[in-house]
Structure formats: structure tokens, C-alpha cells
Design a binder for this molecule. Structure first.
Ligand SMILES: [Zn+2]
Length: 313
């Protein structure tokens, strides 16, 4: 990736605010995200809506934005009858859209992170929240290598600054990504895990063990937690601090839960409360904070305020 900063260590220096949820914001703008590829097909149908969401997050204070590619993969596209070239073009196109949004803010340094979901996200059955996949380790390596190879060859506006592997449920998947990245030591990546309690990732391994494993990869520029209840975050930050001295990134969900029986969201998504939490997370040791499911630009605005009012960890 020709556009990477000369020193990978500088990439996240002074970067504190990540964006928030993409799908919920696209829905708010009237995009239909109910297809099997979730927000991925919005890439083709209404790319201008994706640019609008990116811009809203940058306006709210985001210094890193994630591309709309969480569910883009050759494997996932094949499941719905689309060829590999189609998936690769969508992946690169998502980076171009993020760069287009960032270009509207010429005086701000905006880091573009390619959002790369886990294998389970391509199955569209919620498997990323337990990580019990019916596939081999080699399958997992290949799934991730397909996307890594495309992004490693990308140049100019198609090249992201960073590969954001996220909602990772298991140690095995993190190790598979390490193998997929191995031919490209020049890349920068972060690893964010989805956790089921204050100690364990969704599949059951200790977060501390997962973080120790990924800290050893030369590409790793940050380690963190996403798509997890905000109440668990302080304890999980403490676990990450025990495992490595890499920058810590957290982007939990809004705090609401889905009540399947009543078919509605429950709990609080109060942006002010989210901002108060963000201050706590910074004091606990998180450098970069954003939001995952059901967080919106108002949440990110509160995070940005918290970041400017509290010292760096
Ligand atoms: Zn999420």
C-alpha cells in the first residue's frame, strides 16, 4: 500500500475518535439494509448514502472512519451468486467512498480503516457471536487472505491506511488472520474482539490470550473490543492492558439490547451517558473510542468531547 505512512507507528498517533455504527445510520437515511449482504449492497445501490454517513461521522469528530465493507468477501458474495471480481471491486470501492468523504475535510487528517468482518459475518446467521464455525482452519486463513491480497495490492484512492479486523469471536480466527497477513509485513492492522463477559471473547478464550497472540504480529497497530455491551468495557480494557502495550481501541454497542419476544430494542442509548462512559474508558487506558451497533453521530460527538477533555492514556 503506497499510501501508508512511512512509519507504521505514526499512523495512530494523536488519533482518539473512531466513527460509530454504519448500518443503523444507513437505515435512518432510508437505505434498505435487509438483504443478505447487509450494508454491502448499499455500496452499489446508493453509494452517496455511504458517503453521507462517513461525512456525518467526520463532522461529529471522527478521526478514523471505517469503510462499508464489513460483509464484503468473495465467500459471502459467492453465497448469493456473485463472482469474486464483484466482491473485490466492492471492497476497493468502499475505500474510495471513504476517501471521497474525507476529501471534503482537507484540513483534517482522517485515517481510513477497511472494515473486515469475521467469517461468521459472511454466513449471515449470527455465527460471529459464538464463533463455532463448520469449517477448517485453512478455510479461515483463505477467507481472510482473499481480502488481504486485494487490499495489499491496492494503490492510491483504493488503498486503506489500516485493515480493521473486527467482531472477532475466537483465538483461532485471530490466528488465521495472522497467517493471512504473514506475506505482507508492511501492512497495518488492528484486531477487535467481541466479548461475552468481562474476561472472555465470544467463543470462550480469554481476551488476554487473544490480545497476547495478535500483539506478536508485525502488522498490529492496535488491539481492542467492539460489538460488546458498554458495561463490560472497563474490565476488558484492564485485560488488554495486561496483555500488551499496544494502543487500545474500543467501540462497543449503544447499550441497548434486542428483546426478541417484544420485537424491540430495550435499555439506554443515551448519547450523554455514552460520553460519560467514554471518559471512563479513556481513564482506564483506551486511546481510540468509537461506537458499534446502534451508535450514531451524536454518540461520536460525545466521544469527541470526552477525548478533548481528558488526557491521553
Ligand atoms: Zn456491533
Amino acid at each position: 500500500m503506497s499510501d501508508f505512512p512511512k512509519t507504521r507507528d505514526d499512523l495512530l498517533r494523536n488519533i482518539r475518535v473512531l466513527d460509530g455504527g454504519l448500518a443503523s445510520e444507513l437505515e435512518y437515511l432510508g437505505a434498505n439494509i435487509n438483504g443478505p449482504l447487509w450494508s454491502a449492497h448499499v455500496l452499489e445501490e446508493s453509494p452517496e448514502k455511504i458517503v453521507a454517513v462517513h461525512r456525518a461521522y467526520i463532522e461529529a469528530g471522527a478521526e478514523i472512519i471505517e469503510t462499508a465493507s464489513y460483509q464484503v468477501s468473495r465467500f459471502g458474495y459467492a453465497e448469493v451468486g456473485l463472482d469474486p471480481a464483484h466482491a473485490d471491486a466492492a471492497l476497493l470501492g468502499s475505500v474510495t467512498l471513504a476517501r471521497e468523504a474525507a476529501a471534503a475535510f482537507p484540513n483534517r487528517r482522517i485515517v481510513i480503516a477497511a472494515s473486515l468482518g469475521p467469517y461468521g459475518a459472511a454466513l449471515h446467521n449470527g455465527a460471529e457471536y459464538h464463533g463455532n464455525y463448520d469449517c477448517t482452519f485453512t478455510d479461515l486463513v483463505e477467507f481472510h487472505a482473499d481480502r488481504v491480497e486485494v487490499l495489499a495490492k491496492a494503490r492510491g484512492r483504493e488503498a486503506p491506511d489500516l485493515l480493521a479486523f473486527e467482531t472477532l469471536p475466537s483465538l483461532a480466527e485471530a490466528e488465521a488472520i495472522g497467517q493471512a497477513l504473514a506475506p505482507h509485513p508492511e501492512l497495518a492492522a488492528w484486531f477487535a474482539f467481541t466479548c461475552r463477559d468481562e474476561l472472555h471473547v465470544a467463543h470462550g478464550e480469554l481476551l488476554r490470550q487473544c490480545a497476547t497472540a495478535v500483539a506478536a504480529f508485525p502488522q498490529t497497530v492496535a488491539i481492542g473490543v467492539n460489538c460488546t455491551h458498554p458495561a463490560l468495557i472497563p474490565a476488558l480494557i484492564a485485560e488488554l492492558r495486561e496483555a500488551s502495550d499496544k494502543p487500545i481501541v474500543v467501540y462497543p454497542n449503544s447499550g441497548e439490547g434486542w428483546d426478541a419476544e417484544a420485537r424491540r430494542w430495550t435499555g439506554s442509548s443515551d448519547p450523554t451517558a455514552y460520553g460519560i462512559n467514554a471518559t471512563e474508558w479513556r481513564i482506564a487506558g483506551a486511546q481510540i473510542i468509537g461506537g458499534c451497533c446502534r451508535t450514531r453521530p451524536v454518540h461520536v460527538r460525545e466521544v469527541a468531547t470526552a477525548a478533548s477533555n481528558s488526557p491521553d492514556p
